[in-house]
Ligand binder design. Structure first.
Ligand SMILES: C[S@@+](CC[C@H](N)C(=O)[O-])C[C@H]1O[C@@H](n2cnc3c(N)ncnc32)[C@H](O)[C@@H]1O
Length: 366
């Protein structure tokens, strides 16, 4: 590695990345603490030093902070929370160990509530050691690597095989744009760079994920979602992966909260903010949400989507929120195109996956 990240303050894109990691931990921890599993696990395989140069917390300290917020529930449910941090660089590992020790000393109740292990290993070794734990528990896994190397199939496909793991990978996607054809890159992650380069540069992270998704075994339940992060002239990003709709719903809610225009980047990736004006040749261009709603409307009217279960799944598959579909359904009902026997179409995780309340849509006019 060429430079020591923690010798300088976190930049804005790094903070955005850390906040997404943190938002997801905030949603994940209480869900799994309350769920009733006897043991839950959190892994941060590239943990860094704990804080940046200015004392801004990095991912491991943010995890501890989020756990601290849930202490009462952890004790109440008597759930064993196992936390694993890893940092390869010896000096950073030592700093990390001190930072965690100090944090737990300051909050002794947290020290009693969790079991923390800190490793000083190369990821390859640490991942092999901890894979059985990842497999056996409900796990949240952070892979905040520098570069792209650890996105290799030998790791990603192991995560694919697990059934109760949610993971957040960081990938320096713009490296692919520059070096993706080189053998060294292809030996880690096989990508069709000709295909990726058919789209503009700022879509590189999105393209990377759509190719990875296609490389997963046939019938895989694992869903991958991008969150692109612009850092100066470069575009990097987070890959969120999970196979359960509850996890996907939580991630998408966090992503859309962070960017209410596109839900997938720390910048205006589709130039949606320019789409309000009329184009003299093509009329008004649709924003990402409007384009989704148009596709959704067509699927309802051609009979592909017949109830709120299908509507919810369609929204998640397209990286949209249930409410984007729900507001289109309400509009269609008002226009007299469809009818359903409820005040609201109930396109939410709670109604669909937990309560299993099905609402049928009838087409009244095409
Ligand atoms: C992007 S930084 C992670 C930052 C951290 N998440 C934080 O919030 O501060 C990547 C870290 O991985 C460490 N690292 C580099 N190669 C590694 C390897 N092979 N195994 C484990 N850690 C490694 C680096 O020393 C660096 O601290």
């Amino acid at each position: 590695m060429s430079k020591n990240l923690h010798e300088k303050p976190f930049d804005q894109a790094t903070i955005a990345k850390l906040e997404i990691f943190e938002d997801y931990a905030q949603a994940w921890i209480p869900t799994f603490v309350m769920y009733g599993d006897p043991v839950i696990c959190i892994f941060d395989f590239f943990a860094g030093t704990g804080y940046d140069k200015n004392g801004i917390p990095g991912s491991p300290i943010r995890i501890l902070q989020k756990l601290r917020e849930q202490i009462a529930r952890i004790f109440q449910k008597k759930v064993k929370v196992r936390v694993f941090f890893n940092e390869f660089d010896l000096e950073k590992y030592q700093q990390l160990s001190i930072a965690c020790k100090d944090f737990l000393h300051e909050y002794p109740e947290l020290d009693r509530a969790i079991e923390l292990k800190i490793f000083n290993e190369d990821f390859d070794i640490c991942f092999k050691t901890l894979l059985p734990e990842i497999r056996d528990c409900s796990s949240l896994v952070y892979l905040d690597q520098n570069g792209i190397r650890f996105l290799a199939n030998k790791y990603l496909l192991e995560l694919e095989k697990t059934t109760r793991t949610d993971f957040l990978y960081f990938v320096s996607s713009s490296y692919f744009w520059r070096f993706g054809d080189k053998e060294e890159f292809q030996s880690h992650v096989k990508l069709d760079m000709e295909e990726a380069k058919k789209r503009p540069y700022h879509y590189i992270h999105r393209s990377l994920i759509s190719q990875l998704q296609k490389q997963l075994p046939a019938g895989s339940n694992l869903k991958l979602y991008p969150y692109s992060l612009k850092k100066g002239a470069n575009v990097h990003g987070i890959i969120f992966g999970a196979s359960h709709p509850r996890a996907v719903d939580k991630f998408l809610k966090a992503a859309w909260r962070r960017n209410q225009v596109n839900g997938e980047a720390n910048f205006d990736i589709d130039k949606d903010t320019q789409k309000g004006q009329l184009d003299i040749f093509s009329g008004k261009r649709l924003t990402k949400i409007e384009a989704f709603q148009q596709r959704f409307r067509e699927k309802v009217l051609d009979g592909t989507i017949t109830d709120n279960f299908a509507a919810f799944n369609f929204a998640l598959d397209e990286a949209h929120l249930g409410r984007h579909a729900a507001s289109e359904l309400k509009k269609m009902k008002k226009e007299g195109l469809i009818d359903y026997d409820a005040k609201s179409p109930l396109v939410t995780y709670e109604k669909v996956c937990k309560e299993k309340r099905r609402i049928k849509f009838q087409i009244t006019r095409k």
